[in-house]
Design a binder for this molecule. Structure first.
Ligand code: CMC
Length: 429
């Protein structure tokens, strides 16, 4: 490597490749011309060493356990801000002034209702459908209801689609919940703030007055802030890849939602709570630690480990504090699951296997306990993640669409299949 150029020797040739510096964090080697110059691709399954884009939205230092949205530490945003302020920040790049915040809140609030025909669309789902299946379907279906905001070349339509999704995804999420429990849908109430309105849409029933608990509303709002964006994770990369073909924004966010559903990604909070329930008591922990360490056993400690964080996930620390606040507020003094979680964390953090592999609790380790205490069933956990991540997906999608150098994402491959061969008629095979 020399100056801001690196050199690669391949096939008897020396190829110069520019090194690009970011504002903070690792520099990258620009390999865009590598194939033209050498006839070779790079190979990086799982993208462990590949930067897929340039971005100004979120920065993570996984070794130090740092997470910044537009430069602001997640701890400060979670402590002092609210979720809609974070949404504005992610979308616009700066914290809003009081007037900008009031205007943004107003505009989001005025988009919370969904087309009435959406309610009939929901009737097509089986009652026992997983709410994430309903989310993937209903977010995708928004493109059929809101055609007037699907032209991605029009900045105004992009803005309206963004507003609509931030405002309506919580309404769809609450409807998905109500549908699976067989209760009537609750319309949004615009006098409430974003998260209080969401809690009401989930937990109010027409037969009773519903009073929002401000401690729970604040806790869920903070959970939304923690999940709002996480740079180029699998679902965000999915949104960018889907968007790179020019697909409409609702379809792109539906694609991201589908990707989020997997247990290695957003489904981990559901999996972590199920694991804690399966472990059941502190006495069983050593058995499960041994299973996690056994190479021949596929079991992993859910809520542990992260592709990027090789230190304590900063979101997990805030989440742990929020868990205690919620349990205190609800008067849950002895939650056996919390006992298992605290002890499991203590043992794992002092175990050589976990230390050596730098496996720390991630955000999902404590979020399940908190959401369960609030009254959400496990099947809703990933849905809540999707509600929060919608803004991150949109901010990243918008950044990509507005980047003049953007082109369709098209990875290459190392082909290991059969070389060319001739077709054999069926009777001769
Ligand atoms: N329990 C036991 N061993 C583990 C765990 C775990 N949770 N996570 C990683 N390892 C081991 C793994 O077996 C491997 O060992 P070896 O080097 O001997 O083969 C080593 O640690 C590295 O693991 P990896 O799978 O190569 O690492 P990765 O970066 O590909 O995977 C991960 C990251 C998050 C998928 C993985 O740690 C995992 O499956 N964790 C449990 C699921 C989870 O909690 N996911 C939520 C992620 S945070 C929320 C989000 O961003 O969506």
């Amino acid at each position: 490597m020399s100056g801001n150029t690196s050199q690669l020797q391949v096939g008897g040739k020396t190829v110069d490749m520019a090194i690009k510096e970011g504002s903070v964090g690792p520099a990258v080697i620009d390999i865009a011309k590598l194939y033209a110059q050498t006839g070779m691709f790079t190979y990086d399954p799982g993208f462990t060493s590949t930067a897929s884009c340039e971005s100004q939205i979120t920065y993570i230092d996984g070794d130090k356990g740092v997470l910044l949205y537009r430069g602001f530490p997640i701890e400060q945003l979670a402590e002092h801000g609210d979720f809609l302020e974070t949404c504005y920040l992610l979308l616009e790049g700066e914290l809003p002034t009081a007037a900008q915040k009031a205007d943004f809140d107003y505009r989001i609030t005025r988009h919370t209702m969904v087309h009435e025909q959406m309610a009939r669309f929901f009737q097509g789902f089986r009652r026992d459908a997983h709410p994430m299946a309903v989310m993937v379907g209903s977010i995708g279906a928004m493109s059929a209801f809101y055609h007037d905001s699907t032209d991605i070349s029009d900045p105004h339509q992009r803005m309206i689609a963004s507003m609509r999704m931030i405002a309506k995804v919580p309404t769809l999420a609450a409807m998905a919940f109500k549908y699976t429990v067989g209760q009537p849908f609750v319309y949004p109430l615009n006098s409430l703030d974003y998260t209080s309105n969401f809690l009401r849409m989930c937990f109010a029933v027409p037969a009773e007055e519903y009073k929002v608990n401000p401690v729970l509303s604040r806790a869920l709002d903070r959970i939304f802030i923690l999940h709002a964006d996480h740079e180029q994770n699998a679902s965000t990369s999915t949104v960018r890849l889907a968007g790179s073909s020019g697909a409409n924004p609702f379809a792109c966010i539906a694609a991201g939602t589908a990707c989020l559903w997997g247990p290695a990604h957003g489904g981990a909070n559901e999996a972590a709570l199920k694991m804690l329930e399966e472990i059941g008591s502190v006495d069983n922990i050593p058995k499960y630690i041994a299973k996690a360490k056994d190479k021949n056993d596929p079991f992993r400690l859910m809520g542990f480990g992260h592709r990027v964080y090789k230190n304590y996930d900063p979101r997990a620390k805030i989440m742990q504090k929020t868990t205690h606040e919620v349990l205190n507020e609800l008067g849950i003094k002895d939650d056996p699951l919390l006992d298992v979680a605290v002890e499991l964390e203590r043992i794992a953090l002092s175990d050589e296997y976990f230390i050596e592999k730098k496996l720390y609790p991630n955000i999902d380790f404590y979020s399940g306990i908190t959401l369960k205490a609030m009254g959400f069933p496990t099947s809703m956990f990933t849905v809540l993640f999707a509600v929060a991540r919608t803004v991150g997906w949109i901010a990243q999608w918008k950044e990509m669409i507005e980047d003049p150098s953007q082109k369709i994402g098209r990875p290459r491959q190392l082909y290991t299949g059969s070389p060319q061969r001739d077709y054999t008629p069926i009777g001769r095979r």
